[in-house]
Design a protein around this ligand. Sequence first.
Ligand SMILES: [Zn+2]
Length: 244
Amino acid sequence: MSYYYLLAAILGLCFGSFANVVIIRMGKEESIVFPASHCPNCKHALKWYHNIPVLSFIVLRGKCGFCGQKISVIYPIIEIFVSLLFCAAVYKLGATYFTIFAALTLFSLLCLAVIDFQTLMAPDSLNFLALFFALLSSGAILDNLSAAFLIAGGLSLLRMGLSSLLKKEAMGEADVILGATMGAFLGLTGALIALFIGALSAIIPALINRKNARLETPFIPFLAFGTLIVFIFGNELKSLLGWQ
Ligand SMILES: [Zn+2]
């Protein structure tokens, strides 16, 4: 079993490195594949040994190997975080095919959360990819599908109701798609708990943003946070609530 954790940790680091590319390029609506990784400052194409997750950052002491421009510490942090997400998937699901899709769901959610945080937008392609992975993250695909529809339907109704009540657009379409992913990934009760945790954790940042006249608070990071909490502690939370 420890072999699978090692595998998940290493794959997670590699996917974390890929997550950095996805976050930067999708946030700017650039191609993910071309051009090859390059320094944003001197535009020098990176050598393979500049691209080793975490290690390269340490060896280069957080600077570009060509021009010495500082590299943000966010990059290795995201690499380590995705590595931990992959290990969490193995911890919860063991070594199965579904573990791969659960890990990919968590990977997509992290990318979506960071992109939404930085740009207040979530690319539809990545959002639907997350839903696709979530639908395959357990053997009960039909159950996953129906939970996805129920949550998405409920959120759409809520969105229409709130929008007409507030006379402005409440919640984005991206939040509804993410809700479907949460339903597929966590099941109906799990998704409801995750939505609740997400909404609750978003209240204070939303109030602070309103005070500082920032127009919108990105919601996806909070929904992704709720999803991760329920993915890991779902059984404990459900029995706490007497729901199982
Ligand atoms: Zn450089």
